[in-house]
Write a protein that binds this ligand. Structure first.
Ligand SMILES: [Zn+2]
Length: 133
């Protein structure tokens, strides 16, 4: 989806307001609450990007009201507000085969190696100075 220009498709369905769900931001974790509370919480967010409402069960076909393209601009290609930021080349962010990925991955690997070396030098100089930490 990241590099393909295809319409994003939404599956629309209804669940009871008091249905237990988990609500939270995609990398900050989730908390249990009722479906109506989760909807209110996501609507109250100044920047709702990245919030999820997770239902712990499947939706039976009879409860699906509509399947249609999602309208408007939603989501992001890399991460929220990534435009203008240096891309991360770690294996989690930069999958193999992505355009420009080799260059970004190698720069990330070089920076990681340099950080490891700087950390090792700092640890060695602390040890030489007699600092037990
Ligand atoms: Zn990363």
């Amino acid at each position: 989806m990241k590099w393909r220009r295809q319409p994003m498709i939404g599956v629309y369905f209804r669940i009871p307001d008091d249905e237990p769900v988990r609500f939270g931001h995609y990398f900050r974790g989730w908390v249990p609450m009722r479906a109506a509370q989760a909807v209110a919480a996501i609507r109250a967010e100044a920047d709702p990007r990245g919030f999820q409402i997770i239902l712990g069960r499947s939706i039976p076909p009879k409860d699906i009201a509509r399947i249609a393209p999602v309208r408007g601009v939603i989501g992001w290609r890399h991460k929220p507000d990534a435009h203008g930021q240096k891309p991360c080349g770690c294996p989690a962010c930069m999958a193999r085969g992505e355009p420009g990925g080799v260059k970004i991955r190698r720069a990330w690997e070089r920076a990681e190696r340099e950080a490891d070396e700087a950390w090792a030098r700092a640890a060695a100089s602390r040890e030489a100075a007699g600092d037990p930490d």
